[in-house]
Write a protein that binds this ligand. Structure first.
Ligand code: SAH
Length: 415
């Protein structure tokens, strides 16, 4: 077995079972491992620490598969890990059964056919993302190790889910850091490029071939449902609406009106399709189309324009893209978050709600809350946090991998 030997004192994070080893921690590489091959990680004294995937081109030089010296990394290993991730989701589904009891939360039903099945490091499978969209799986191999086991993983996914179609979306930027070229297309069966999913009583079109990430922001599912309940009778502004996840839930929840804004014309077109799709499905309210409008533009500019025009809303959603993928961009990102949140506070009526998110890994929950506080201060408004939001249960955070907690949300009430 090829091996990486760490420098003295650099074994601490592995002993806490954090799965990453950075290039600077490595003293020696023995056995000439290929990219993605399995290596043993050894302390400077030669003790076994973990069995890992080797990423020669990345700063994250190795990602641990297992900390058990007697566990080989083979097809059975992946069968156990994938089965365990799927089992965890089953439990979660049963839990959701108990949720949808009041009319207010009617759309919080357990009958979604769409969820994240494997959440990479947090499910003990570094670099592997698997989302289920109805009968199609969408997979991302984001690190050399996951890429190395691609065919095995694809076969096991079919075996363990009983599904036939897998579409690959290995085109995330992080693959570049691993020295891997982008790859997109069918991986097993004949997956459709665009498909319809059920999210409780609502339906969405998802473009798995061209959409962001694997096509839809599954991590916001619970927050969309929550938003639906908050939107009743309110004039809503959905900023960074993408394909209308929040928009459709707000309309279905009885919003007085929803204005959806995004800089992508394609995303907005699908957003309008999703509004139309649900208008024909939902008996009440009879039409979602009438109170819906959309605007193709830049949120930073548009919020300023609305401020100058004195426009007001009762609920504003801010769900921007990652401003700070890593800690290095934190300061610039903080300015961006503060800017849009400050403007949003100004556009809210008294009693209005700001539902604001950050999915930046470089900004933790405490810093995000500070940014929102300083936005309110500079906007000259008084506001309270009435709810903390995060990613759904199908995007778990392994306790040994705190980086997995990336989505932070606050619901603020303007007093
Ligand atoms: N809320 C959405 C996800 C938002 S993703 C959901 O739940 O599905 C972020 C979106 O912001 C993308 O659709 C992207 O096109 C859009 N975007 C990025 N920069 C923007 C800008 N400056 N102004 C408007 N939209 C922007």
């Amino acid at each position: 077995m090829p091996a990486l030997t760490l420098k003295p004192g650099r074994e601490k994070s592995l002993l806490r079972r954090h799965p990453w080893v950075f290039s600077g921690a490595i003293d020696r590489v023995d056995g000439n491992p290929a990219p993605g091959a399995t290596v043993d990680l050894l302390s400077s004294k030669g003790e076994f620490l973990a069995r890992a995937a080797y990423s020669p081109h990345s700063q994250i030089r190795a990602r641990a598969w297992t900390f058990d010296p007697s566990e080989p990394v083979d097809a059975d290993f992946f069968r156990r890990r994938i089965a365990s991730a799927i089992r965890a989701r089953d439990t979660w589904h049963l839990t959701r059964d108990t949720w949808h009891l009041t009319p207010d939360t009617w759309h919080l039903t357990p009958d979604t056919d769409t969820l994240r099945l494997i959440h990479a490091e947090s499910d003990g499978l570094p670099g592997l993302i698997v989302d289920r969209y109805a009968d199609t799986l969408v997979v991302q191999f984001l690190a050399a190790g996951a890429e190395f086991w691609r065919e095995t993983i694809a076969d096991l996914l079919l075996e363990l889910t009983g599904l036939q179609n897998i579409y690959e979306r290995s085109d995330a930027d992080v693959r570049e850091l691993e020295g891997l070229p982008p790859r997109v297309g069918p991986l097993r069966g004949t997956p459709p490029e665009k498909l319809q999913i059920a999210d409780g009583r609502l339906r969405f079109w998802v473009d798995i071939a061209h959409g962001h990430k694997t096509g839809f922001y599954l991590d916001q599912r619970d927050n969309r449902c929550r938003l639906g309940a908050l939107a009743r009778e309110r004039e809503v502004l959905d900023c960074f609406c993408y394909t209308g996840g929040f928009t459709v839930h707000a309309l279905a929840g009885g919003a007085k009106s929803v204005l959806s804004v995004d800089s992508s014309a394609d995303a907005l077109a699908l957003c309008r399709e999703n509004v139309a799709l649900n208008s024909s499905l939902l008996p009440q309210p009879s039409s979602l189309i009438t109170p819906h409008s959309s605007l193709n533009g830049d949120v930073f500019q548009l919020l300023r324009k609305f401020r100058d025009q004195g426009r007001q809303f009762d609920l504003i959603i801010l769900d921007p893209p990652k401003f700070a993928p890593t800690a290095a961009q934190t300061e610039k990102a903080a300015r961006g978050y503060k800017d849009i949140n400050l403007l949003a506070f100004k556009l809210l009526r008294s009693g209005g709600l700001l539902v604001t998110f950050s999915c930046s890994g470089g900004i933790d929950a405490a810093l995000f809350q500070k940014i929102i506080a300083s936005a309110a201060l500079d906007a000259g408004v008084e506001a309270q946090i009435v709810e903390h939001l995060s990613q759904g249960a199908d995007h778990p955070v392994a306790l040994n991998f705190p980086e997995g907690a990336y989505l932070k949300g606050l619901v603020c009430l303007k007093v």
